[in-house]
Design a binder for this molecule. Structure first.
Ligand SMILES: [Zn+2]
Length: 357
């Protein structure tokens, strides 16, 4: 299955549209590279492929398309997550999602339920990264520090990293990948050479998803649900059930949102995103435009809501999304979201605001 041209990194097959960004970043002369794209565009496999290529022991002339050989000691260490010259800095929630190991102490604290996995890059981890930056490389290919998603650094972490970025110790490459969800400190950005991730066509994405084992229907459902982000679609397929997505319009109109927890677990930010997608598509339906995230058949399983009710619902959802970092208790929030979803779909007459016509 895996060869030099199509590295299968941690089980995710290489998406051909990442190749241009890969080659662009590989050719960068700067010691710090910034990969920029919307979330779910393949930042993680692209970052790993770059780190692996930089650290690979095989001479570049003997590799295919610039990719790591996949066979040398360095590649084996990386595949085992034990490469001494690679340091990955990411929020614990993301590490658990992509299957990257946490430090023993962090894993023990989470297993013992002393705390929840952090959604931000922790200051402790940033400090460990600074210590790593100052260490001599263990092998001969230099060191790589990977930060993903870079915008999840808090001020302390960003400042600790900035010091290293300003005076990079020799033989250290920085790889920062963003998901475009929040702006990066300009001082961090200005020290990096930027590479943009490109959007694949729907045809290329669908073909790739089907090659990864998804049915045509699942590929199309998840690609639409994620707004055309193929890697996010692959992840949704692994964690969620298509029926829960397809049923969301009808359930929201009935004030039943249990499906949201099956789709996203206890992640209020993700709940809000899905409801905003639904609200967007119901507004499109109300104005006769094409939906983007759901199929028309899924949308019409809910009663036609009035544009004014949907606009009011969109406002409510925006308000919740702005407070996503300090919300109500999740179960109370879900209850409130369910109420608001069902009243947005209630017959106009039931709220006493039926327009005369
Ligand atoms: Zn190698």
């Amino acid at each position: 299955m895996s060869n030099a041209q199509e590295p299968a990194l941690d089980g995710v097959s290489w998406a051909p549209w990442l190749q241009a960004s890969f080659e662009h970043a590989l050719a960068a002369r700067s010691h710090a590279v910034l990969l920029e794209g919307a979330s779910g565009m393949g930042q993680w496999p692209l970052s790993l492929a770059l780190a692996q290529a930089w650290l690979c022991d095989t001479a570049p002339a003997e590799r295919e398309s610039g990719h790591a050989c996949g066979r040398c000691d360095s590649c084996n260490l990386l595949a085992a997550h034990t490469h001494p010259d690679l340091r990955v800095l990411m929020p614990e929630t993301v590490a658990l999602e992509v299957g990257w190991p946490l430090s023993e102490s962090a894993q023990a604290e989470i297993d013992d339920k002393k705390r929840k996995p952090s959604k931000e890059i922790r200051a402790d981890d940033a400090a460990a990264m600074v210590a790593f930056a100052q260490r001599t490389p263990a092998r001969q290919r230099g060191k790589v520090a990977l930060v993903y998603p870079a915008e999840r650094m808090n001020t302390f972490s960003a400042n600790a990293l900035l010091k290293v970025l300003e005076e990079p110790p020799g033989a250290l490459r920085f790889l920062l990948a963003t998901e475009g969800s929040a702006p990066l400190l300009p001082t961090v950005r200005s020290r990096c050479q930027s590479t943009a991730l490109t959007w694949p066509s729907a045809e290329a994405s669908l073909a790739w998803l089907q090659a990864a084992g998804l049915s045509a229907e699942a590929a199309s459902t998840w690609l639409n649900a994620t707004g055309g982000r193929a890697h996010a679609a692959l992840q949704m397929n692994a964690h969620a059930n298509q029926q829960d997505w397809a049923g969301l319009p009808q359930q929201a109109s009935a004030g039943q949102l249990e499906g949201l927890t099956r789709l996203h677990g206890t992640d209020p930010a993700a709940w809000m995103q899905s409801l905003q997608k639904l609200c967007h598509d119901q507004l499109a339906r109300a104005s006769g435009a094409a939906p983007r995230f759901f199929s028309t058949a899924q949308l019409v399983s809910a009663p036609q809501a009035s544009a004014s009710a949907l606009l009011a619902w969109a406002d409510q959802l925006r308000g919740h999304a702005a407070r996503a970092h300090h919300p109500l208790k999740p179960e109370l929030l879900l209850e409130l979201l369910a109420q608001q979803a069902s009243s947005a779909h209630a017959a106009p007459g039931s709220q006493g605001r039926k327009p005369l016509n």
